[in-house]
Design a protein around this ligand. Structure first.
Ligand code: ADP
Ligand code: MG
Length: 260
């Protein structure tokens, strides 16, 4: 994998250069530099409070960096608003709190599609999808194992299925970079297996950044891992090298002791 990466250095899909996100005196993200190749599956791991979600918000434009640079497919996007990055092909999971519980799965998908697409965002206007859009909805629902749930109201879905719907909504825009923030958080072991299988079955050319607290789960899903601690890069490497890295084990075990 390392060798393959070295050959494709010029094809970075996402590059972060010395990214800092400060909240007052706290540097939640502290000088992070990451290069994610096209088609790569990258995990960002680290204990709670490490800065993973803040980094994700900097990448997607929800909360731009205090300093540093973010380059997406060769274009500097450091200060570009989130909707512009979405239009450029970045997609993040919608949080469950963004789902419309009384609407059906299919209606939520249509809103996700129209949220970043052309045309006016309207809940009550006609929702005639083009055949291309219909196909995208069907494909995203199928990948997310919800193809039989289109007419089900969201509030009737299990928690796990709602998280699958978040992924389907992120996929329906046909992103080239998919960012998943703890997609398996709060799920039962059986639901975690489903989410892992979905992630594994995503198109191989889709670049993915997966933020996950659970090291065991994530190491089976990705090509390469970046571990953050206190906002800083603690270690980077293959899943194998990270799982045996003493510094990584120390911060995970240290946090486990703190919480005990
Ligand atoms: N909007 C904010 N204002 C102030 N501090 C924040 C804000 N968001 C996150 N933080 C702090 O930044 C640090 C990193 O948080 P976060 O990125 O959520 O960590 P993680 O996702 O790795 O658990 C934490 O100390 C958190 O309290
Ligand atoms: Mg987080």
């Amino acid at each position: 994998m390392r060798q393959q990466r070295a050959e494709h250095v010029s094809e970075a899909a996402l590059e972060l250069e010395n990214v800092v996100v400060a909240f007052g005196a706290l540097r939640a993200v502290d000088n992070v530099s990451i290069s994610v190749q096209e088609g790569e599956r990258r995990a960002i791991i680290g204990p709670n409070g490490a800065g993973k979600t803040t980094l994700f918000n900097a990448i997607t434009g929800v909360n731009p960096p205090t300093s540093g640079r973010i380059v997406f497919e060769g274009a500097t996007v450091t200060r570009k608003p989130a909707h512009v990055r979405a239009r450029m092909g970045m997609s993040r999971t919608f949080q469950i709190t963004n789902l419309f519980p009384r609407l059906t799965v299919a209606e939520n998908m249509q809103l996700a599609l129209r949220g970043t697409g052309r045309g006016k965002f309207s809940l009550f206007g006609s929702m005639h999808l083009t055949s291309d859009e219909e196909e995208r909805v069907a494909s995203a629902l199928s990948i997310s194992r919800l193809h039989e749930r289109g007419s089900t109201a969201v509030h009737e879905l299990s928690y796990g299925e709602q998280r699958q719907l978040e992924m389907a909504m992120a996929l329906v825009t046909k992103p080239r970079l998919l960012l998943l923030d703890e997609p398996a958080a709060g799920l039962s072991p059986a639901e975690r297996v489903i989410v892992s299988d979905i992630i594994r079955s995503l198109p191989r050319n889709l670049t993915m950044v997966l933020i996950e607290h659970d090291m065991e789960l994530v190491l089976k899903l990705v090509d390469y891992v970046t571990c953050l601690n206190n906002g800083q890069m603690l270690a980077e490497g293959s899943p194998d090298s990270i799982s045996t890295d003493q510094r990584v084990q120390d911060v995970y075990l240290g946090k486990a002791r703190d919480h005990a």
